[in-house]
Design a protein around this ligand. Structure first.
Ligand SMILES: Nc1ncnc2c1ncn2[C@@H]1O[C@H](COP(=O)(O)OP(=O)(O)OP(=O)(O)O)[C@@H](O)[C@H]1O
Length: 524
């Protein structure tokens, strides 16, 4: 089995190397392959800078290759520092320009090897936070390594004997920027390499890779939807990063729907509509719009967006839209827009399962250099189930507190902290609480649930409340019947069964239940 893994790894390496051999040699001289088990690839980087560069520029290709060959959800576990006995490649192994620590000192908790300790005399302490790209550029200038993104053209190592760049119009190699200028509003950490794939998001992930030109059928538009904090924005940024890397000349527009509205209003007021239209209809190869639900009720902006959409779609320019709802659930949105959103692929992202939450926590801890014991990871993943943003926020809060108090993040510490900040535990919530939350969600009065009213919307809310009570409380069917206006226990039983069935078959019902479960919190 190990043998097979090694072969697979070697194939993935060969595949990735072939895309840009010189650059590969340079960067992978600072990386060691420590093995692969259960879809987890263990790598060691010489330092944090190499880790981050390789993570962002090479791993998406490498991991995609492994995934395509095995069908596994491949994860990469990095360790940083220490001597590399078996580097993957043998380029010029030096990193003369050391950027400052990637996270503020207060957030660097790793007990592992120090990363930027000025060992080469280059004290980065007075460098700005945004010096990473500068440092990367210097690194590349000095050693001829760099971005993979220059369409068939490679950065060259001093030792390389490859012919000079083919494109005559390009200025001297050392003068051109190593990476295209960053796109406004993009989070550099939101890359495919940093996105953990699991059953809850694999369709959205695969569709995003395809939209970025990474193979597989491309759907236009791609409509990504799901509850808050589940990774929609992350995926959209990842597409932009990937396209930026691989096709630097592509004109990418990333906006939140809110920004689109503001730009539109401002252009209208200032008589610059031609410019606005040209920007969104003619000078754009990839349009990414976050939180489209924000266009609700804004009829004039919707009209403008409709025309931009048509122009781009006709020109086969990729459009990706995110939303917290399915297209059909978007309220106060023109029908013709809603129908267009479903022309391509609607890919939803569900709340991550336990295994994915564990993998996300590991990834985030690794990125932020936070040391976490396995039992703490599991405890956090079991306790925080609502969304990834909350998971991530809790991790950062724990790390900050642990740093302030000088205490290790062990299970006791995590338990105390979560208990101190959690609201009332769901297990303490009673039938009344659940009824109240359900009524609030469906905009009903509590009395409605207890009444004999059989109006469809009230009956549905009542069934949902019964289902949630049954799931979360240790109540018998007869007890629940009494709590819901003295109903027969068989009525409750059939309501619970009905909702169970709808949950599995109807995405809209599932979305309601997930929203309610988020509001009610965990019942662990
Ligand atoms: N599968 C994942 N792997 C790694 N990180 C993730 C994953 N899903 C979400 N995250 C992280 O969770 C945080 C929230 O994600 P993001 O902002 O993309 O959510 P969203 O779905 O756009 O939410 P909203 O609708 O509220 O804007 C980000 O820091 C993101 O990196």
């Amino acid at each position: 089995m190990e043998m097979q893994h090694d072969t697979l790894w070697n194939e993935a390496v060969a595949f990735t190397r072939a895309k840009s051999p010189a650059s590969f040699e340079q960067w992978f001289s600072g990386v060691q392959f420590d093995g692969m088990t259960d879809g987890i690839v263990s790598l060691r980087a010489r330092d944090e800078f190499v880790r981050e560069w390789v993570d962002q520029h090479f791993l998406p290709t490498l991991v995609d290759y492994l995934r395509s060959q095995t069908g596994w959800s491949v994860q990469v576990a990095w360790s940083v520092g220490g001597h590399l006995e078996r580097p993957v490649a043998f380029g010029v192994p030096v990193s003369p320009v050391r950027p400052r620590a990637l996270v503020p000192d207060s957030r660097r908790f790793s007990q592992g090897p120090a990363t930027y300790n000025g060992s080469n005399g280059s004290n980065g302490s007075d460098m700005r936070d945004d010096t990473r790209l500068d440092a990367a550029a210097n690194y590349a200038r000095a050693y001829g390594v760099g971005d993979e993104s220059h369409e068939g053209e490679e950065f060259q190592s001093p030792a390389s004997r490859r012919p000079p760049p083919r494109m005559e119009s390009r200025p001297e190699k050392l003068e051109k920027p190593v990476t295209p200028p960053p796109l406004e509003g993009l989070n550099p950490k939101y890359t495919f390499g940093n996105f953990v794939v699991g059953p809850s998001n694999q369709l959205a992930h695969a569709a995003a890779i395809a939209a970025a030109g990474g193979g597989g059928p491309r759907h236009n538009p791609l409509f990504l939807c799901g509850g808050t904090g589940l990774g929609k924005t992350h995926l959209v940024h990842a597409v932009a990063h990937r396209v930026r890397e691989e096709r630097p000349s592509s004109r990418i527009l990333y906006v939140s729907a809110e920004k689109f509205v503001n730009e539109f209003v401002q252009s209208l007021q200032e008589g610059r509509m031609n410019e606005f239209r040209s920007r969104y209809r003619d000078r754009c190869d990839l349009l990414l719009v976050d939180d489209i639900q924000f266009l609700a009720s804004k009829t004039q902006t919707q009209e403008e967006f409709f025309h931009a959409f048509n122009a781009l779609h006709q020109g086969d320019k990729q459009i990706i839209v995110t939303s917290d709802k399915y297209p059909q659930q978007l309220e106060r949105m023109e029908e013709r827009l809603v129908s267009r959103f479903s022309w391509g692929l609607v890919a939803d992202i569900q709340g991550p399962e336990l295994e994915t939450r564990v993998a996300i926590l590991r990834k985030k801890a690794q990125m932020e250099q936070i040391e976490l014991e396995g039992e703490v990871v599991l405890y956090l993943a079991q306790t925080i189930r609502s969304n990834v943003r909350e998971l991530e926020g809790t991790l950062i809060r724990l790390a900050a507190k642990s740093s302030l108090l000088g205490r290790q993040i062990d299970l006791d510490f995590a338990r105390q902290e979560l208990a101190a900040t959690a609201g009332p535990r769901a297990s303490e919530a009673g039938v009344d609480d659940i009824q109240r939350v359900v009524c609030h969600h469906f905009k009903l009065r509590t009395n409605d649930l207890l009444s004999k009213d059989r109006h469809k919307s009230i009956a549905f809310a009542r069934h949902v409340a019964m289902y949630l009570c049954k799931q979360r409380l240790k109540c018998s069917f007869p007890e629940l019947g009494r709590a819901f206006g003295n109903r027969d226990h068989t009525t409750v039983m059939s309501a619970v069964r009905k909702v169970e069935h709808l949950r599995a078959s109807d995405p809209e019902v599932r979305a309601h239940l997930e929203a309610l479960e988020r509001k009610l919190g965990t019942n662990d």
